[in-house]
Write a protein that binds this ligand. Structure first.
Ligand code: JFZ
Length: 478
């Protein structure tokens, strides 16, 4: 294996992070007028990108703003090598092995013959997501390696034509999602390391962002758009088209707008992430301004410290250190950490897209399944404090987080008070009632006011849930 220094997206990441830091202050100003506006703000071109006959952004975003929690699935040929090539380990995230291991197209393609995930069971995958309290699934229809998980007529480099498995994975998932009431969404890479009209000729550095392909327009107009039509028409209606790989040289701002409008023309209520345009700013994943297309920001592997008021955003995150399966990545985040992250994100007004990377056999790794089940146990009791909530009006609270609905505050207590008193500062509204969300009888907790802006709730000595017990405050709207 070639062990040369690996210029992966991670190094791109550190560069963009540095640039980002330098521009931080300017960025904050820009963010105030940035693209992913919520309802109620000024009208912008984003409100009806597809022309007069489209729905408003608010109408399209409604379910997404309510549902809060989704499953990301990175699955493709890279699950076969699972981080190893010709007996050596390849550094970096699993789905980048073709780039990081400098593997020629003709060799990488051969993996298709080994892709036979006989244990794949769409019903089970959708069930795992649903039981965790997730409401939507975003799966890689095509990642940067160009391999397609459905029977596309635009290439034979797909699961039906090139593998012994021969089953239409997206079709099976679409059917199950419909059955179980989960919204299906596709991640689709603009960058394509396999297509001769895209980045394939750039081998051994497919991700070289200084290079252009003279036939790129043909790739976009014929191949990319043709495939999108298949995805939306044959497997839809979809929740989101989640684009990525937009940082290549050939993808212009105009391409972004054109693709955004094209998606809306195929399905008027579809949601499109901001990576359809090329204005993304570093890992925070926000568009620099509303001259760039897309409905919402996509912070990657991070949660914006104070949320992003007025913007729609969704943090995507891995449970270990890779998106696509890697056999030796055991750096799992704990269940507690993941649950706290979900709540942290909701308390800041964002969505959480939590990743799984299934194996080449077709199984979601055990540690992922266990973590999702644990989150699901909590959600069964407490999901009311996540779905349909908005960011905390209280700012930072010392004992945990807070989410809100009209007339209600949900106090997520991570650190249960040892003295039986939970203090809530910054609350002037009259508290009508307080109870534990886990308490079916809704027995009232004693609430006393200390001064104009502080209430003290008398709580049981033991937390209902050691990781996060939710107290509901019914309050008078001011
Ligand atoms: C992108 C993909 O490259 C990755 O494989 C995964 O699908 C993730 C969800 O999205 O990740 C990126 C893209 C760009 C940078 C970092 C990670 N970057 O420029 O720093």
């Amino acid at each position: 294996m070639n062990e040369k220094t690996i210029r992966s997206c991670n190094s791109a990441g550190s560069i963009s992070r540095r640039i980002y830091s330098a521009l931080m202050i300017a960025a904050i100003c820009v963010l105030l007028i940035a693209g992913c506006r919520q309802e109620g703000s000024q009208t912008s071109v984003l409100d009806s990108p597809g022309g007069k006959n489209t729905l408003s952004k608010g109408e399209r975003m409604n379910w997404w703003r309510n549902d809060r929690f989704g499953m990301f699935i990175h699955w493709g040929l890279y699950a076969v090598p699972a981080g190893e090539w010709k007996g050596g380990k390849v550094q970096g995230i699993g789905e980048w092995i073709m780039e990081n291991g400098h593997i020629p197209v003709s060799e990488y393609e051969q993996l298709a013959k080994q892709f036979n995930p006989v244990k794949f069971d769409a019903e089970q995958w959708v069930q795992i997501a649903k039981n965790a309290g997730m409401k939507y699934i975003v799966i890689t229809s095509k990642h940067h390696d160009g391999f397609c998980l459905w029977n596309t007529k635009y290439t034979d480099y797909d699961v039906v034509d090139a593998t012994p498995f021969k089953r239409d994975i997206l079709g099976e998932l679409a059917q199950e999602c419909r059955k179980q009431g989960i919204r299906l969404c596709f991640y689709h890479s603009i960058m394509d390391w396999h297509h001769p009209d895209a980045q394939a000729p750039f081998y051994p550095k497919y991700n070289d962002t200084s290079k252009s392909n003279p036939n790129f327009d043909r790739y976009v107009e014929y191949y990319l758009k043709g495939q999108l039509k298949e995805l939306v028409r044959n497997y839809g209606p979809l929740g989101i088209m989640w684009f990525d790989g937009e940082w290549i040289k050939d993808w212009t701002r105009e391409n972004g707008w054109d693709m955004f409008e094209y998606c809306l023309s195929l399905q008027p209520d579809i949601i499109v992430n901001n990576r359809v345009g090329n204005g993304r700013q570093g890992m925070r994943g926000l568009s620099k301004s509303d001259e760039f297309a897309g409905d919402y920001g996509t912070p990657e592997q991070e949660i914006p410290a104070t949320g992003l008021p007025g913007l729609d955003w969704e943090t995507c995150m891995t449970m270990n250190d890779t998106w696509g399966y890697k056999s030796d990545d055991n750096n799992w985040k704990s269940r507690e950490d993941l649950l706290h992250k979900l709540v942290d994100i909701a308390s800041k007004g964002g969505n959480f897209l939590l990743n799984v990377g299934p194996t080449a056999e077709g199984l979601i790794p055990g540690p992922s399944v266990e973590r999702l089940a644990a989150i699901g146990e909590w959600m069964k009791v407490n999901s009311e404090s996540i779905y349909g909530t908005t960011a905390s009006p209280l700012g930072e609270v010392p004992w945990g987080r807070c989410t809100a609905k009209p007339g209600k505050l949900y106090l997520h207590v991570f650190d249960w008070p040892t003295n039986g008193k939970l203090e809530v500062s910054g609350l002037e509204n009259k508290v009508k009632k307080a109870y534990l969300l886990a308490d079916k009888k809704r027995s009232e907790l004693l609430v006393t006011r200390e001064g104009r802006e502080k209430v003290v709730i008398t709580v049981p000595s033991k937390a209902a849930d050691p990781v996060n017990t939710v107290i509901v405050l019914e309050i008078d709207k001011k």
